[in-house]
Design a protein around this ligand. Structure first.
Ligand SMILES: [Zn+2]
Ligand SMILES: [Zn+2]
Length: 200
């Protein structure tokens, strides 16, 4: 198990991800329109790859520790029932996506992980490409059609259940003891910042 340093682009917000290994979580690339809209909202389109994908590592709240600059945490929802999407106010670095305080999942976004050069060895390979129907057409066709490949869904569900049983949704750097998000929460009027979805 490795510890991965966490750091925003300007260095004000820092932290550590504990107990990280290829088997302790799931690395995937998400092409969904919401992840792309989040990067656009932050004016950080450098977050997405050439096909519009975001490299994410699914881990738990309990493994994430913010050591510096927690007052810079901000949270965005693209719609009232959407994910809590976390970023830093200082330099608009995307941090992670979370479902809620009771769900252990934290989708850590690659920009916040200080793992250049060792990402593949520490997190393992990308295990799946999801929501490929929103990807740019440059994405190879074999990934473009996929929404949620079954193998990834099963792996994520198994981990989610195990993590919940182990109580790994707490402690959380993102939610207080009452389950309220820390930092300022902004809910966007959904369609303003969203890209055109390809016709389904
Ligand atoms: Zn910063
Ligand atoms: Zn996404």
């Amino acid at each position: 198990m490795a510890e991965v340093r966490l750091k925003c682009s300007c260095g004000i917000v820092q932290g550590v991800a504990h107990d990280i290994s290829p088997n302790s979580g799931t690395r995937l690339v998400c092409y969904c329109d919401d992840c792309q809209a989040f990067a656009r909202f932050l004016k950080r389109e450098d977050v997405t790859d050439a096909h519009g994908g975001t490299d994410i590592f699914q881990t738990t709240h309990s493994r994430i520790q913010i050591t510096d600059g927690a007052e810079q945490l901000r949270c965005l929802k693209l719609r009232p029932k959407g994910l809590f999407r976390w970023y830093t106010e200082c330099c608009k670095t995307p941090i992670a996506n979370t479902v809620s305080s009771g769900v252990p999942f934290v989708g850590m976004i690659h920009n916040f992980m200080d793992d250049d050069g060792v990402r593949d060895s520490v997190l393992g390979p990308v295990r799946g490409y999801i929501q490929g129907k929103f990807a740019k057409e440059t994405l190879p066709a074999k990934w473009r059609g996929a929404r949620f490949p079954l193998r990834i869904v099963m792996r994520s569900l198994c981990k989610l259940l195990a993590w919940k049983v182990q109580g790994l949704h707490k402690p959380s750097p993102f939610f207080d003891a009452s389950g309220n998000p820390v930092g300022k929460l902004c809910i966007l009027d959904s369609d303003v910042n969203r890209p055109q979805s390809p016709s389904a």
